[in-house]
Ligand binder design. Structure first.
Ligand SMILES: [Zn+2]
Length: 269
């Protein structure tokens, strides 16, 4: 590549990856609806839940179609939830953020996979209070393959220390959540425990600071939210608030700013 092309990469890459994220977000809407119902995510093609008409390709363009159709089915006029374009937009922005954060690096595919499952799992947990095995369990081998690729770093120097940290991080987070679940079962679902290992793999790969901050941030953000809900009178002490979204959000904080926050924290001591 010429230097001009290389200089354009920092701007072009997030843009291209962000557009790809819009399409992934569209697919995640299907995943979030179908996986908890035990349906295939590829067959049959999407149809309007109200009238059953198949969604035409031109009405399936992320965000744009919803705006053009003004949030209504072309055939029967039934309203289409604003959540669909919101999920597409959020996924696109998170993909762009991930690409901006890593630049053209081999960790990018792994990070995009984490973003995608995080969006899907957070929404499913909010909808049905479950983190389906169908997404969480295959994420172990997928994460291991993608993190191994990132550590091998083809064309550059490998970083096998990062892969070692990932394995230790996965075991630590899995063990910590398993103990918490065993000691106080009502506080946490078994699905949270299974997810913890996947998040530990990622957080460990990014660094010990990421692991510490990602783990702690889940409790901090989740705790603040619960207190906020109680103050607003929207939840009692016994209300069941799903913990999965906070684990995922905490992991995101750990990945993106964990090392910085951890460094600042150690600097204070
Ligand atoms: Zn319809």
């Amino acid at each position: 590549m010429t230097p001009d092309v290389l200089e354009a990469v920092p701007t072009v890459l997030p843009l291209v990856v962000g557009l790809f994220g819009l399409l992934v977000g569209s697919f995640l809407n299907v995943v979030v609806w179908r996986v908890p119902r035990g349906q295939s995510v590829v067959h049959p093609p999407s149809a309007c839940p109200a009238c059953g008409h198949r969604i035409r390709a031109r009405d399936n363009v992320p965000v744009v179609s919803w705006l053009v159709l003004r949030g209504r089915c072309r055939d029967c006029g039934a309203p289409i939830s604003a959540r669909y374009p919101a999920v597409e937009l959020a996924t696109g922005l998170l993909f762009a953020l991930a690409a901006w954060f890593t630049g053209p690096a081999w960790i990018l595919p792994g990070l995009l996979y984490l973003v995608a499952i995080s969006v899907a799992l957070a929404l499913i947990d909010i909808d049905v209070r479950r983190l389906p095995d169908a997404i969480v369990l295959p994420s172990y081998p997928v994460a291991l393959v993608l993190l191994t690729l990132a550590s091998a770093n083809p064309g550059g120097d490998p970083d096998w220390g990062a892969l070692g940290r990932a394995l230790v991080g996965g075991v630590i987070l899995l063990a910590v959540y398993a103990v918490t679940w065993f000691v106080y079962p009502p506080g946490m679902g078994l699905g949270d425990v299974k997810l913890a290992g996947v998040l530990g793999l990622y957080l460990g790969w990014f660094g010990w600071g990421s692991l510490a901050v990602g783990w702690f941030a889940a409790y901090l953000i989740g705790g603040l939210f619960s207190v906020g809900l109680m103050i607003a009178g929207r939840a009692g002490r016994k209300s069941r608030i799903p913990f999965g979204p906070w684990m995922l959000l905490g992991a995101g904080v750990g990945v993106f700013v964990g090392e910085t926050v951890w460094g600042a924290y150690l600097g204070l001591l």
